[in-house]
Design a protein around this ligand. Sequence first.
Ligand code: OGA
Ligand code: MN
Length: 251
Amino acid sequence: MPRLRRVQEPLFNRLHQANAIMLIPHKYELVFADLESQGWAIVDDLIPDAILENLRSTSRLVWQQGGFREARVGSTHQPVRDVSVRGDTICWLEPESAGSVYHDFQAWADQLQQYLNRYFFLGLRRSEFHFARYEPGAGYRRHLDQHHGQPHRKISFVLYLNRDWAQGDGGELCLYDPQDAQQELRRVLPRFGRVAIFRSDLIPHSVLPARRVRWSLTGWFRNDSATLATITPSPASNDEDPDSHPTGRAA
Ligand code: OGA
Ligand code: MN
């Protein structure tokens, strides 16, 4: 499997490199080591409780206010709703939609982006996120987050916002073998505060139907700039937008 490249410093720079690595908290280093070796990582307790709580309550509030819309898929510039592929409704995280938690979460995400860039040669420049809500029975068929001709999504990020999620509630994220997409590698329950991070170009994944309403925040770290993306016409996509969400924020 192709691996992410670690930053390789010349030998005489070893001390410098050691310092650079030390600037990444240990918890993150463990996540990045998994990301490096297998292309994905699952971690609990990465995000401060206050941000987590705020994201949780904001997602519900925005939904009650009618701020979500049906996610679409399609191979044209006018993607369509196809619940047999993807059954969630989403709301992009923007200052207008998310209020104060937008800034708090985005600051946290910018920091994660910095750590990722310090650990890997990724050249990440911005990130974009949306809340997602799956009704009971809705799922998302197996897919890759990066599509042909749209190489800018590098790292996928999913944070789960469901309290008291039990084994029997379903709604697992399934990760598949990049060499053999029939081969399931791992099922992840969407438990409160849990984070899945994986390579957008490499890891096939799906969402199994749940028995309860399932809430998450999903996003991507990208290596293009927002300005470029808004002026460059995007080629066909087979999932929710585009190359890309124009308000995706540069860090
Ligand atoms: C997606 C996705 C996974 C999940 O939105 O692209 O794959 O567990 N989400 O919600
Ligand atoms: Mn996905």
